[in-house]
Ligand binder design. Sequence first.
Ligand code: HAM
Length: 437
Amino acid sequence: MAIQAPKGTKDLLPVEAANWQDFQSLAREVFGVYGYRLIETPIIETAELFVRGIGQATDVVNKEMFEALSGENMKSLIEGREVKAKSRLALRPEGTAGVVRAVVQHDLVPQGAPPAKLLYAGPMFRAENVQKGRQRQFNQVGVECLGSEEPTIDAEAIIMLMHFFDRLGIPRSSMVLLINSMGCDHCRPAYRDVIAQYLQEHHDEFCHTCQERAHTNPLRAFDCKDPNCAALMEKAPAITDYLCEDCVAHYETVKALLDRAGIEYKEDFTLVRGLDYYTRTVFEVQVDGGLGSQNAIGGGGRYDRLAEEIGGRPTPGFGFALGYERCQLALEAAGFTLPPEQGCDVFIACVNDEVREQAFELAERCRSSLISTEIDHQHRSLKSQFKLADRLSAARVIILGPDELAEGRCVLRDMGTHNEITIGLDEVVTELTNALL
Ligand code: HAM
């Protein structure tokens, strides 16, 4: 059997690849109005960045991270030698840690500077169980704003994301925006203990992993996919009852700003998101149709300690990412289809093989004037060249025959009206430019 793409990866064929480019352009346009600028970070980073940034106890790092071994490292492992931490590389499972690493490394937020607003797009990798809307390589667009802990940043970014979904065409009525606050270093430790105790009190009712989470990372029990555990966690004490005064004020301001902007949301204290770096605001946008259990099309939150976790100075941050493929599924569920493959403006049909070189030359003249032009490369009959022109949705066909060529002319057919004119070869490009561009 011919070699197939690896499980959980997907080729973006031309129509979809063009659609992914349009998705990114729209994001640059909508987020650009809010001051977000493109940044490109490597697809491979040191594995340690994700271990320290996202957290060893998260599924993303613990179970799903693809590590990348160079030939040299592989040899070391086989020979029983250790691979140095800085040579252990991983394919990025998400974009935030890499962007924050770049901000720290290049000092993009020097003291007193305004926040750095950064936008990225590209593939992410997680070794998850593959299902609809859950791939091992998927595409995200994300933003990160570093250098301010003000709640206006949180609200601004969430409002901006909802505008993006509007422009994309996902109906507001099919989306729900969930928000929560995860507290900060002052109030979260106490809540963590409360949840650890809750897990221990109900020890026998929880799955084995959650029983362990009671000792390693109790809040991760909120992420458990086991329906039994999820039902138990819905009855757990809510973090909102344990937030410190500052966190309450921060959370209330975010909600008030969303209210003023007319953005509807639902508070959900079980929303902790699967990454350890979050503090204070977390949010997720879910859709109700077409995606089954993988219904989160985007999400994010605040991460005021992440820069320090990876060795930088305190630099509060907020961001989100959205999944391109899941947004496409949501659009499909809302009735959208991808546009047909792009054809060409002009097709040059040859009456016989004698005129092929002139057709080739004329095609180049048309393309130099930015008219997309195709010719036959397979010695087709005139009839099949017309069929091909139809298939390519050519708006005009130039018919080149030896008799017309001898007089320095060609026939130009309008494929919409079927009108034909005979026109000089030196005039045809100008005529096409006027008619088509
Ligand atoms: P995340 O929630 O892990 O957050 O991913 C963001 C989005 O990526 C999800 O809402 C979903 O649409 C998409 N996604 C995630 N995993 C998959 C998958 N296996 N297959 C298809 N799509 C997927 C983050 O990645 C954070 N870095 C967001 C963030 C930015 N937080 C702060 N700044």
